[in-house]
Design a protein around this ligand. Sequence first.
Ligand SMILES: Cc1ncc(COP(=O)(O)O)c(C=O)c1O
Length: 341
Amino acid sequence: MPVISAPHAFNEGRLFVDLQSIFGRSLYLKCEGFNFAGSIKLKAAAEMVETAERDGVLKPDSILVESSSGNLGVALSMIAASKGYRFLCVTDSRCNLSTRLLMEALGSEVHILSDLDANGGFLGARIDYVRGLCASDERYVWLSQYTNPGNWRAHYRKTAPEIAREFPRLDVLFIGAGTTGTLMGCARYFRERHRPVQIIAVDSVGSVAFGGKPGRRMIPGLGMSMRPPLLDESFVDEVIWVEEADTIRACHRLARRGFLFGGSTGTVVSGAMDWLTRHDTRGLTAVAIAPDLGERYLDTIYQANWLQDLYGDHVFDAAEVPAASRVIKPVPRAPGRRPKP
Ligand SMILES: Cc1ncc(COP(=O)(O)O)c(C=O)c1O
């Protein structure tokens, strides 16, 4: 029975979902959403804060500041609340409403930027804003998830060993790439142990992380509008780019079977299934990482109007859209008539 006294002391690291019955191909999905921050970012946040404390960078009057599309912000909010630090999250208009409310509920301040940078993202503007804050008051401490080695080290120390322990004969690992902390930590772990595991990075179309063309991206988590400073491509065997429409289809296909995952999980699963379809996978053991769950995306990925406005009607064929979401006009009911039970 786990008993904890700090919220970051618990993380479920041993849960995998076998997607064979949903997609017709064996893929074990490692679920990272079962902790009090609700995402894989808890690991990076805890590692970076603990290192900053050990190095004497964080002092009792420090104000943590970070640029985040949401999940790291929630994780840092939780840790800051638990340890008694103030935290300011700099995010942008793509951050889900529920994610912002979560951070505020945990006592954090949230600044939302809405100016796109030259690559069609918000990252450049967010980083400039954080730099400005740090220059204005020396109490600000920026952990900088984009450059902090604690980000990838968290996955080297935790995520990768959790996978290796359960799958000693792993052949291929699919990892979504944002800051590339998860990707680099896992890739380094398997490479250093000379394990013949193929490391497949999954990025979204419109991200420039691996040299793709910049474009509109509406789903937070994966993709970058700059080259990730942590990325060393020599550790990556292949990169797959996934269209947001395919991300959404994968998310809804999982949801239809009762598994409500976040957007980046849809991206990784879609890319992995595509890869598995193109290769001879007989006897192959494949794992993918699901960074979070779906509740934070109820007003975006799982909301019919949001989907229709951004991606048009073609994002689903009729069979894939739940009946309730397809009802556009309410059915008029005759006055005084009660619906049949
Ligand atoms: C939902 C989600 N998926 C994937 C990622 C990417 O992880 P990483 O930054 O380790 O590449 C993030 C990062 O914020 C995320 O929030």
